[in-house]
Design a protein around this ligand. Structure first.
Ligand SMILES: [Zn+2]
Ligand SMILES: [Zn+2]
Length: 403
């Protein structure tokens, strides 16, 4: 046990010993250890001794996207979070992509993931708790049968109802062998390079997809910013978004997990959200769930207040509080905070009123209600944005004071 663990008062010795004695998870351990070692030797050898055609690289790129987004758009946002509804064509396409990724059945994956959200960072309940360090949250949690990795599927009743998903879970081994073999053979035959497709679009793609997904549980809980919440270790990280088909905006995702977007700003790199959006435009996806702008801004502004206050506290400890300018600055922040809270209260009251009106008004008058409220919402939302801007300014001033 490390010194950090010894000194952590939350560590429970009897549970910890269960962790230390967890048996090896044989099949996943062999796959997860053997495939990267194999790739490390086979891929350079193959590239050195063969010339790889454009067709093979195209298959590699297509399968990277299909399996990667089979996990992000399929396993994650569709099955685990129900962030949108997909046409059966899309649902099955993503299910096959997710199966090709060899990251366990939808049942296992989603049950574990829902636990991850529910108990995030808990050393004993979060299956890939970042508090157990990089190795555990990245891959270690799959190598042994840890108590936190046992699923009873009580948290996925919506998925256990689906016949095809039950079939995938029951015959998972056959699913991964058949899908990988049939698809790789077909593409290999199509581009006339079966061996190349197996080495690059099979093995290399599998290892890269594995570790890019695992980055979300490890690095996305370690490096990056926390614009929406600091109640857990999840981070927003643009660079990781590039490798993870947009899942790098993990701080946002942990705060607003049902949103079909992870990169919530229109300019944030999130190909998974664009794929879902395109599908919805084509009539292949619907009910895309989104958190409204004001709620998102609310979370951001609250985090900014928190940051300002902790900076002020630090400055206070350095003896700045005797300075008259500093006192005025503190008052300004407090006034800003009060006015922000008043706006939020107003906005929440308006939301409650809309719900109430929609309950009591006749159905044909709902449009009028929407129309009436839209203007009021807009004015309050713009007020919230104003608070945000003025806070940004005060933060900048604070940085100048502290230099
Ligand atoms: Zn997470
Ligand atoms: Zn999630």
């Amino acid at each position: 046990m490390s010194d950090a663990k010894k000194s952590n008062p939350n560590i429970k010795p009897e549970l910890e010993s269960q962790y230390n004695q967890a048996p090896i998870n044989t099949v996943p351990a062999v796959v997860l250890i053997a495939t990267p070692i194999l790739a490390l030797f086979l891929v350079p050898w193959y590239l050195w001794t063969h010339s790889v055609g454009l067709g093979t690289w195209a298959v590699f790129a297509f399968l990277m996207a299909w399996t990667g987004m089979g996990i992000t758009a399929g396993y994650h946002r569709l099955f685990a979070h129900k962030a949108y509804k997909a046409h059966p064509i899309i649902q099955n396409f993503l299910l096959i992509g997710g199966t090709l990724a060899v990251e366990s059945s939808v049942f296992d994956w989603c049950s574990g993931h829902r636990r991850h959200h529910r108990f995030v960072d808990d050393e004993y309940k979060d299956p890939y708790s970042a508090r157990r360090g990089f190795w555990f949250s990245h891959i270690g949690w799959m190598l042994r049968n840890y108590p936190s990795g046992q699923h009873d599927f009580k948290n996925i009743p919506d998925l256990t109802k689906q016949k095809l998903l039950r079939h995938q879970h029951k015959h998972y081994g056959a699913w991964i062998i058949v899908t990988n073999t049939v698809i790789l053979l077909s593409f290999g035959w199509l581009v006339g390079d079966i061996l190349g497709v197996f080495v690059l679009a099979g093995l290399l793609r599998l290892v890269l997809t594995h570790h890019f997904t695992f980055f979300i549980n490890s690095l996305c809980h370690m490096f990056g910013t926390r614009p929406y919440t600091d109640t857990n270790t999840a981070r927003d990280n643009f660079i990781l978004a590039i490798f993870t088909w947009g899942e790098g905006y993990h701080n946002y995702h942990h705060f607003f997990q049902y949103d079909y977007r992870n990169g919530v700003k229109w300019w944030q790199y999130d190909p998974t959200k664009w794929l879902i959006l395109v599908c919805s435009k084509l009539g292949l996806a619907k009910n895309l769930r989104k958190v409204d702008e004001a709620t998102i801004r609310h979370a951001q502004v609250q985090m900014q207040f928190k940051k300002v206050n902790s900076r002020l506290e630090k400055l206070g400890m350095q003896g700045f509080n005797i300075h008259a300018d500093f006192k005025a600055f503190k008052d300004k922040i407090t006034a800003e905070y009060d006015s922000f809270n008043a706006t939020i209260a107003e906005w929440q009251a308006l939301k409650a009123k809309v719900v109430e009106m929609k309950k009591t008004e006749f159905a044909e008058r709902l449009n009028e209600v929407d129309e009436l409220m839209r203007a009021q919402f807009q004015s309050i939302e713009s007020k919230i944005m104003e608070h945000g801007k003025s806070l940004d300014m005060t933060l900048r001033q604070l940085k100048q004071i502290s230099v």
